[in-house]
Design a protein around this ligand. Structure first.
Ligand SMILES: Cc1cc2nc3c(=O)[nH]c(=O)nc-3n(C[C@H](O)[C@H](O)[C@H](O)COP(=O)(O)O)c2cc1C
Length: 193
């Protein structure tokens, strides 16, 4: 496939379609992180940070999610708590993608630093695909949860952009039907008054 076709046919791999084993090795993860480094980044602020969570650490993250749910919703069912607990166990590797935003660069507003980190996330997804792994960005309620944010040491203005779940895909993902880009075109001429 050409690079263009690869980009056009890109799909996320949900955890239910990932193998439990044969996840990315440390060397694969290093390549995926190297791809993150070439994300577009105004002023080379490099606001992105990555926390690689694998093995037993995934259960620790699950407890953080479950505790956060119990605080958000003291009446949460046992089933809902168990679901939070097991979330990170659904893929062999989870990478928390954080934007630690700096505030002393007036030419690089917060939003641009968050966008740069999101671009890094996309590069990581594509790099994972290029290496034969499936991946998906998932946040649920956890990325905005105060207790989860505190666990990752996020300050006001920082963002937990997403959790990137990575694993070997159980089979080839069929290409998804995508909308016609024409639907998303707005005419420049209509904006000129
Ligand atoms: C920052 C971010 C967070 C996301 N969080 C979730 C989520 O919590 N749950 C979910 O079902 N999809 C989430 N998605 C969407 C999936 O990552 C994925 O794009 C979606 O399942 C569609 O699949 P596709 O990428 O193959 O089109 C998120 C996407 C982004 C960019």
């Amino acid at each position: 496939m050409s690079i263009l076709e690869t980009l056009i046919d890109r799909t996320s791999t949900p955890p239910r379609l990932m193998e439990d084993t044969d996840g990315p090795t440390p060397s694969d993860i290093q390549d995926i992180l190297r791809a993150a480094m070439s994300a577009p980044d105004h002023g080379s602020v490099r606001p992105w940070r990555f926390v690689v969570i694998e093995g037993e650490d995934r259960a620790v993250l699950g407890r953080v999610f479950a505790d956060a749910l119990k605080t958000r919703d003291p009446g949460a069912s046992e089933e809902a708590i168990a679901k939070e607990m097991s979330r990170p166990l659904r893929a062999p590797v989870v990478i928390a993608i954080l934007a630690r935003v700096v505030h002393d660069r007036p030419n690089v507003p917060e939003i641009e630093q968050i966008v740069a980190t999101a671009c890094a996330a996309q590069n990581m997804l594509l790099a994972a695909n290029a290496k034969g792994f499936g991946g998906i960005l998932l946040t649920g309620k956890n990325a905005q949860d105060e207790n989860v944010r505190a666990f990752f040491g996020l300050k006001p203005g920082d963002e937990l952009v997403s959790f990137l779940y990575l694993g070997k895909s159980k089979g080839d993902q069929p290409a998804k039907p995508r909308p016609d880009p024409a639907q998303f075109i707005e005419k420049f001429g209509a904006m000129i008054t």
